[in-house]
Design a protein around this ligand. Structure first.
Ligand SMILES: C[S@@+](CC[C@H](N)C(=O)[O-])C[C@H]1O[C@@H](n2cnc3c(N)ncnc32)[C@H](O)[C@@H]1O
Length: 236
């Protein structure tokens, strides 16, 4: 089953499945904290794999003058996002497309992505990082919140055990877990170290991980500004 079909199927109950990402609120908060723009700035934002719009909602609340383009290949996920933002049609634009296969629109101050790029092959991840670089204006920022692969089989086993324990503690039902395992078959996680290197190779500066917790990390870089991108925190 393709990622699009898997997420079309999951769209209806997706927002309730947030507990499948342990510490999601902290991860979103770390992503928001790493964005250096003033809250009143009229920034242009691109959200790759925006799904039902959870991250776009966080960003548009923090930056009330931001305009956001949401890209996703799942019609059904974007249908939920369109409903979420129906009250402010001038601020949000929706594009059903595969960001790994098509050119990205350009001229963005900020490109974000959450829990999406790990679905791509490593080659497509690298190409996507290059395209994101091209989509940003000079001084623009890219922040990705995503799953990462353990750096060794032992670390990967530890991430797996940690995830299962945390989602069970959070009350995930066996049915929810079965759905998550189905979707995880489409995962192609890469290590954080590889992805930070690919970002640098794509031209990003100040590349670093702002926050990490076992399987999940928030990382990115800037286009054309030598200064380091905010924050440093990593657990596990
Ligand atoms: C786990 S959801 C995350 C949604 C949202 N970013 C969030 O934080 O709630 C991953 C989303 O990425 C989308 N996706 C995966 N690969 C994609 C691709 N190549 N192009 C566009 N969307 C993609 C899926 O359709 C799905 O909606």
């Amino acid at each position: 089953m393709t990622a699009g079909a898997l997420f079309d199927e999951a769209a209806g109950g997706y927002d309730e499945a947030r507990r499948l990402v342990p510490g999601l609120d902290t991860l979103y908060a770390a992503l928001l904290q790493s964005i250096p723009f003033g809250v009143d700035e009229q920034i242009k934002v691109l959200d790759l794999g925006a799904g039902t719009g959870l991250l776009s909602a966080e960003i548009s609340t923090r930056f009330p003058r931001a305009r956001v383009t949401l890209i996703d290949l799942s019609v059904e996920m974007l249908r939920v996002a369109r409903r979420r933002f129906a009250g402010e049609p001038h601020r949000f634009e929706f594009r059903v497309m595969d960001f790994a296969r098509k050119d990205l629109p350009e001229g963005y101050d900020l490109v974000v992505s959450a829990l999406s790029i790990h679905h791509l092959t490593d080659g497509d991840k690298r190409e996507t990082f290059e395209k994101v670089y091209g989509a940003l204006v000079p001084g623009g920022l890219f922040v990705n919140l995503d799953q990462v692969l353990g750096a060794s089989p032992e670390e990967e086993a530890r991430y797996e055990e940690w995830w299962l324990r945390r989602v069970r503690e959070a009350g995930a039902s066996e049915e929810e877990l079965a759905g998550a395992f189905r979707r995880m078959r489409a995962d192609r996680n890469a290590t954080l170290a590889d992805q930070l290197r690919w970002l640098e190779e794509a031209g990003f500066e100040g590349v670093e991980c702002a926050h990490g917790d076992h399987r999940f990390a928030v990382y990115g870089g800037r286009k054309g500004i030598a200064s380091s991108y905010n924050g440093k925190e990593r657990h596990g």
